[in-house]
Design a protein around this ligand. Structure first.
Ligand SMILES: Cc1cc2nc3c(=O)[nH]c(=O)nc-3n(C[C@H](O)[C@H](O)[C@H](O)COP(=O)(O)OP(=O)(O)OC[C@H]3O[C@@H](n4cnc5c(N)ncnc54)[C@H](O)[C@@H]3O)c2cc1C
Length: 340
């Protein structure tokens, strides 16, 4: 029987991060069966080492080598646990490709994930920052998360409520050393209303000559929009949006809007969400380049590696962008990717 994990010493991480910056890990383990985690973590070579769980590395920035163990959960499988005709409960293992899961759900006639099409990465990372796009977050369909809890050494199943989902946030993001996500369960409907009201979706469907959209049409429209608006990490290194949209108090928003009438503002549960892209573009950063570190010409929120930029150079550029937005607007930007 083949081993449920591989272990490599002094492993390069260049292929494991979508910024394509150079970095190395003391140890890299790829785990194909979740049950193997306790045995792996008990190995003398591994015990006590700092741990980083990685998917496809599309939301991380390595600013230096990682002196510890990197685990990639590569366990795969998608199954329907229960189907009552109107909706189905499905389970997907952490190693599955996210967009593969979205497309699979559509072939089953299930909807709810179509607006999240083409988000890079693996299923296991989806709950970490409660991935969201085009007016939908994964928390809306997610039922539970299976994870290995390193504080107890036990596997647990957390309900949606226990996951503490918020805008680009969860308990997993707050306690990154604690949890290794191994699978998720979702409830997907067969006839749920489609969400078409977010930026450009209706217009894209019209451009596709679709008048009565299906969930698959919506996924296709979202893919077309994303391919047009975002730089492709296969062509130019990036991690998507580098900063979260800042949430500020209503009073502060009113002052900002009075001073900057063009500022886009959206409702958020605890205040107003501002467009980080607009703030950054207003400070003149769109298309900026210094060496191989730069800001995308397509989207001001996306930092790019034109070739040989290091993670430290990208992080230093990010700090300058953050400081200039703070200086011009008094608004604090927070990075969205995990900085290592
Ligand atoms: C071009 C582009 C567009 C993007 N668009 C969006 C978007 O529209 N919306 C959005 O929300 N995100 C977007 N992202 C960010 C990214 O795709 C998501 O955050 C995705 O979920 C990351 O998946 P990953 O497998 O690459 O995770 P990684 O980057 O490998 O990891 C991300 C974080 O999750 C943790 N992690 C990963 N897997 C596990 C696991 N099994 N258990 C515990 N922790 C884990 C890591 O430690 C890290 O903290 C985009 C990125 C790119 C490059």
């Amino acid at each position: 029987m083949s081993s449920p994990y591989t272990l490599i010493n002094d492993a390069p991480l260049d292929r494991h991060n979508s910024f394509r910056v150079p970095a190395r890990a003391t140890l890299l383990a790829e785990v194909t069966a979740a049950e193997a985690l306790p045995g792996l973590l008990a190995l003398p070579a591994v015990r006590g080492k700092p741990l980083l769980v990685l998917g496809d590395g599309s939301n991380v920035l390595f600013t230096r080598d990682f002196d510890g163990l990197v685990i990639i959960v590569a366990a795969c499988g998608i199954e329907i646990l229960e189907d009552d005709g109107a909706s189905a409960r499905i389970r997907a293992s952490a190693g599955e490709n996210w967009n593969g899961l979205v497309r699979w759900s559509l072939t089953q006639g299930l909807c709810g994930l179509e607006n999240l099409a083409l988000i890079p990465g693996r299923v296991g990372a989806a709950p970490i920052q409660n991935i969201g796009a085009y007016g939908v977050e994964v928390a809306e369909t997610l039922l539970s998360v299976e994870a290995f809890d390193r504080t107890t050494g036990k596997s647990v199943c957390l309900s949606r409520e226990q996951c503490g989902f918020r805008y680009r946030d969860s308990v997993f993001k707050q306690q990154p050393e604690r949890w290794i996500i191994t699978a998720i369960a979702l409830r997907l409907q067969r006839n749920a209303p489609l969400k078409l009201d977010y930026a450009g979706v209706r217009e894209e469907l019209a451009a596709m000559s679709v008048t009565q959209p299906t969930a698959t049409n919506v996924a296709d429209a979202v893919c077309r929009l994303r391919l047009r608006k975002l730089p492709d990490p296969a062509v130019i290194g990036n991690a998507g949006s580098f900063f979260k949209n800042p949430v500020v108090a209503n009073e502060e928003t009113q002052k900002l809007q009075a001073a900057h009438p063009g500022l886009p503002v959206f409702n958020a549960p605890d205040g107003k969400k501002l467009s980080a892209a607009w703030l950054i573009e207003s400070c003149g950063w769109k298309g900026f380049r210094e060496g191989d570190a730069g800001v995308s010409e397509k989207h001001a929120l996306v930092l790019v590696n034109h070739g040989k930029a290091s993670g430290a150079q990208l992080w230093s550029l990010a700090a300058r962008i953050r400081d200039s937005v703070q200086g011009q607007f008094g608004v604090q930007l927070e990075p969205e990717p995990r900085i290592l």
